[in-house]
Design a protein around this ligand. Structure first.
Ligand SMILES: *Cc1c(COP(=O)(O)O)cnc(C)c1O
Length: 222
């Protein structure tokens, strides 16, 4: 077995099948910079969802991956690149501004494609991260749900890089609270995407049901 295969098998046995809310926890492989061969190894070992950050990489590798994993997009998306993803992306995690949502809906409507999306929340209020402010989440979801060719399936966030576990738990728990508040009136909500290689355990304990792992699967990126 390669390292990738053993990492995937170990993770699949370590990740609790359900979070404390009783929801299944989905594992998404973050594949930025990885070769199609290594992505294939991860898929063969049991990965069912892969996610790209860069449109160019998504395009270059799209036809080279075997095993039919779901394709997700988790990176910053320029509106003029939407055309390359439309109809090929099972879930957009990083809808971080009104303009992007509007354009994705407009292009989707023209092409007859309804896109599944998550609304990205800048839960740590970090300058370096995009996303709607937590206080804006309700308004963002209301406004974007009115757009025709989008289906909002939940929320996504990245926690700050920090060793302060109490802070990270507070932020992840706040995300779960925002998610639950919205889920009450949005029955389509099913994904709360938080958790990366360094913080996925605490995120799942706080109610994440979708984690995005790169380093834990593929090792340190070059
Ligand atoms: C790279 C990336 C990940 C995975 O990060 P790791 O720390 O390598 O697990 C998750 N989410 C997003 C948005 C990323 O860009």
């Amino acid at each position: 077995m390669t390292d990738i295969e053993s990492n995937v098998k170990r993770l699949l046995s370590e990740i609790p099948p359900f979070n404390p809310q009783g929801e299944r926890v989905d594992l998404v492989a973050a594949v930025k910079t990885q070769t199609p061969e290594d992505i294939d190894r991860a898929v063969a070992a049991g990965i069912k969802m892969i996610a790209d950050n860069h449109v160019q990489e998504f395009r270059d590798k799209y036809d080279l991956i075997h095993g039919r994993p779901q394709r997700h997009f988790i990176g910053y998306l320029q509106t003029n690149k939407i055309k390359y993803l439309l109809g090929k992306t099972d879930l957009y995690h990083s809808i971080d501004r009104y303009n992007l949502a509007k354009e994705l809906s407009k292009r989707g409507a023209a092409a007859g494609v309804t896109s599944d999306i998550l609304i990205e929340i800048n839960i740590g209020g970090e300058e370096s991260k995009s996303g709607f402010a937590p206080e804006e989440a309700d308004r963002a979801v209301e406004t974007i749900s009115a757009l025709p060719a989008l289906r909002i399936k939940g929320l996504m966030a990245m926690l700050p890089e920090s060793d302060d576990e109490a802070l990270l738990r507070r932020l992840a728990t706040r995300m779960r609270g925002i998610y639950d508040g919205l889920k009450a009136t949005h029955p389509d909500f099913e994904h709360l995407s938080i958790g990366m290689s360094g913080d996925w355990r605490l995120c799942v304990e706080c109610g994440s049901n979708m984690i995005r792992l790169g380093t834990a699967i593929f090792g340190q990126r070059k």
